[in-house]
Design a protein around this ligand. Structure first.
Ligand SMILES: *[C@@H]1O[C@H](CO)[C@@H](O)[C@H](O)[C@H]1NC(C)=O
Ligand SMILES: *[C@@H]1O[C@H](CO)[C@@H](O)[C@H](O)[C@H]1NC(C)=O
Ligand SMILES: *[C@@H]1O[C@H](CO)[C@@H](O)[C@H](O)[C@H]1NC(C)=O
Ligand SMILES: *[C@@H]1O[C@H](CO)[C@@H](O)[C@H](O)[C@H]1NC(C)=O
Ligand SMILES: *[C@@H]1O[C@H](CO)[C@@H](O)[C@H](O)[C@H]1NC(C)=O
Ligand SMILES: *[C@@H]1O[C@H](CO)[C@@H](O)[C@H](O)[C@H]1NC(C)=O
Ligand SMILES: *[C@@H]1O[C@H](CO)[C@@H](O)[C@H](O)[C@H]1NC(C)=O
Length: 405
């Protein structure tokens, strides 16, 4: 098996390393995920996305939904964990998880060529990118990554300079959301496989326009920017999942930290590092005293605003990636790296202490899927929150920072 190589954050003295929550390597992780695997046997036609409120039972959505890749990707992450942390896996093996991962990904296969998820093909590609880390010659996975990338590239408009995030009734209304910063990575994955540089150029153009128009001068973010598809002009800035057009939706902010850090890793261009730092700065400056990440940083606090543990986990994993970017520059920025590493583990610790949910099917509670929806969808477990919780554990072990238990 081929593991991504990380540079250990070796200059952080052991005494200065903050405590990690013991739940990070809990046997409940393989136990719960094995039980969830039982629910998606055969060729899955639906995948869990979030749980019932207050009782934590998974709800399933059709395969052609933006979140369908997260459960198979979680199984791939557990195949990796069983290889690097065998003692934490309650007797399960990497081979067993790999088989579950491969089987559960089959339900996504028809979506390579006919999907209705728009830019979210980038999220659907996650398990296939993961498969290639285990078997670089798996033809199904190679084909899937190339097809998902081609589908995203086909949404690029050179006048706007972006890939279209969502389809709209008026095709000249071209919407670009901050979430799309996560999905352009499939363009680099496919370019690495095929050598097609057009895919990289599309990703760079998209990131540049997002940096310019979805990120505010103070480092906060706007979820949706509407461009005129014919003229390329910005015609509106608003929100779909946040509290208001001028507020900052925390999960969007977290996608931005992660996405721009990844852009820096992919290109080495300093403007992306700068943008990731600014977005991280806003996120960290706005965490309340109690350490709970709210669903929107500007939502009213009376009645209490719901938390979003998925935003917390995406931000924490993004901050780990940002810490590695600080290390990768020349000369290496060790103080910046330690700072982001400490902030990532602080968010992880505070979130786990408050919202670890032993009795639920999900690992964490208190996620917010969409609070402006009617009815509001809050206080649930969320598949992508759990995915990043597990990924953070793996990343910390690979960085040489965490021990498996
Ligand atoms: C977390 O969710 C529970 C219900 O599952 C709720 O009682 C509690 O108030 C929530 N906590 C926060 C900080 O939102
Ligand atoms: C190749 O990867 C796909 C997608 O994960 C999986 O369904 C399939 O079983 C894999 N094939 C082999 C031979 O491992
Ligand atoms: C590279 O990718 C773009 C976008 O999908 C596509 O239009 C073009 O045909 C590809 N080029 C080659 C040589 O395959
Ligand atoms: C975009 O601009 C064209 C040409 O000026 C105009 O016809 C069209 O209505 C505009 N679309 C939107 C959504 O503003
Ligand atoms: C938010 O922006 C949208 C799109 O421009 C607009 O339709 C809506 O009225 C705005 N909401 C408020 C409260 O200004
Ligand atoms: C190191 O990182 C911190 C945090 O991002 C930043 O403020 C500082 O300017 C960086 N230092 C250098 C020399 O790049
Ligand atoms: C959380 O969701 C519930 C159920 O939809 C809703 O009644 C409540 O108003 C929401 N909480 C807030 C503060 O928006």
């Amino acid at each position: 098996m081929h593991l991504l190589l990380y540079v250990a954050l070796s200059l952080i003295p052991a005494s200065a390393q903050p405590q990690l929550p013991p739940e990070l390597f809990s046997p409940l992780i393989p136990q719960k995920l094995l039980a969830t695997a039982e629910l998606v046997q055969g060729i899955p036609t639906s995948y869990p996305q979030y749980t019932t409120r207050d009782t934590g039972v998974w709800l399933f959505l059709p395969a052609d939904t933006w979140t369908s890749g997260f459960l198979p990707a979680t199984f791939y992450a557990l195949a990796e964990r069983a290889a690097i942390c065998p003692c934490s896996m309650d007797g399960t093996t990497s081979a067993q998880w790999l088989q579950i991962a491969r089987s559960s990904a089959t339900g996504e296969m028809p979506l390579e060529t006919r999907t209705n998820v728009g830019h979210d093909v980038g999220f659907l590609s996650f398990p296939f990118v993961d498969e290639l880390a285990f078997d670089p010659h798996n033809e199904t996975a190679l084909h899937a990554v190339e097809m998902f990338a081609a589908a995203l590239a086909a949404r690029f408009n050179p006048v706007v300079g972006c890939t279209r995030s969502w389809d709209t009734p008026d095709p000249t209304d071209f919407q670009v959301i901050i979430d799309n910063m996560m999905t352009i990575d499939v363009l680099f994955s496919a370019a690495d496989l095929t050598g097609n540089d057009t895919l990289r150029q599309i990703a760079v153009s998209h990131a540049d326009k997002t940096m310019m128009n979805n990120v505010r001068p103070d480092g906060s973010s706007i979820q949706v920017v509407d461009y005129n598809a014919t003229t390329g002009a910005v015609i509106a800035r608003h929100t779909k999942q946040g509290y208001s057009n001028s507020s900052t939706w925390s999960r969007g902010q977290a996608w931005g930290i992660h996405g721009f850090s990844k852009m820096h890793r992919r290109t080495g261009l300093s403007r992306y590092l700068d943008t990731a730092r600014r977005m991280a700065g806003y996120f960290l400056d706005n965490i309340p005293e109690d350490g709970t990440i709210p669903w929107d940083f500007n939502a009213p606090t009376v009645p209490p605003r719901p938390a979003d543990t998925s935003a917390a986990m995406i931000a924490a994993d993004g901050l780990l990636l940002l810490a590695q970017q600080e290390q990768s520059i020349s000369p290496s920025n060790q103080s910046g790296a330690s700072y982001y590493f400490n902030q990532a583990t602080r968010i992880l610790r505070d979130t786990t202490n408050a919202f670890w949910a032993p009795a639920w099917q999900s690992l964490l509670s208190n996620g917010t899927v969409n609070n402006p929806a009617s009815p509001p969808n809050n206080q649930t477990g969320i598949i992508y929150g759990d995915y990043y919780f597990i990924k953070i554990g793996n990343d910390l072990v690979k960085l040489g920072i965490a021990e498996c238990q």
